[in-house]
Write a protein that binds this ligand. Sequence first.
Ligand code: ZN
Length: 285
Amino acid sequence: MSNRAVLSIDFELFTQTPAYRSASGTTDRDGVGLDGGRFFRDTLAKYDATSTAFVVSSVAESHPDAVRALADAGLEIASHTHTHQLLSDLDSDGQRRELSQSKDVLERVTNERVSGFRAPAFDITDDHFDLLSDIGYTYDSSVVSSRSIPGWYGGEYDIHEPVQATAVRPDAPDSITEFPASVMPGLQLPLTGTWLRFFGPRYTILGMKLLARRGITPMLYVHPWELVDLPAVEGVPTRVYVRTGDWMRRAVERILQQDFEFTTVRTALVDGEAAATQLQRGETP
Ligand SMILES: [Zn+2]
């Protein structure tokens, strides 16, 4: 049984979510979600865990200390674009800018190499992997093999553990690995984010155990704004608010209390490769 898991955080502010951007109302509150990032960092430390933060790099420009604190606490910093726009809304140059600018900004702010990327809303385009490879990323985590959820995402893939990106797009470069977000076996709905808030931590933990029994490292994700009390904004759908704040903090803590070694994507991929090589050689991993 695999005992490793990744509980990643998509480090964006509430005001950068599609739900807020398409709402009629606004909020005056600045940095909605930064407290959630602090809580996440402290709670990882409390359980001797670490993680990968997929960071929207404009947040690293406006709040560099918040991102540096994540890196200083030992989290891997990866990219979640520069401005959190949907990649399919941009032309090829616009996509390239989001991918390269975010890498540059995050490397400058943290002084660490950035090798991973996650697209907002699991939204990628046909030349996504070519762009990643050109710009110098080595892994992507923008795929979820969810059932089709009308008006949202899903129904496109059947990938449940790290694979070469060629398994997602046959013409993708060999240099990119895809680490998909985990879904509940059978039900095929994601295990985290909104779904953790809808179905509760027992659902997520059950899914993690079922995956681990199959030798699969669970890949989960949460958002910092889910870990704070959100301002009421006219036009933001009710589902966005469900169980955010203290409820979600307790849920994250419950997950981290489970008997898993919570690690970074980079570590999970390197260790997974080493185990695969050992298996090929006929050794016991
Ligand atoms: Zn996002």
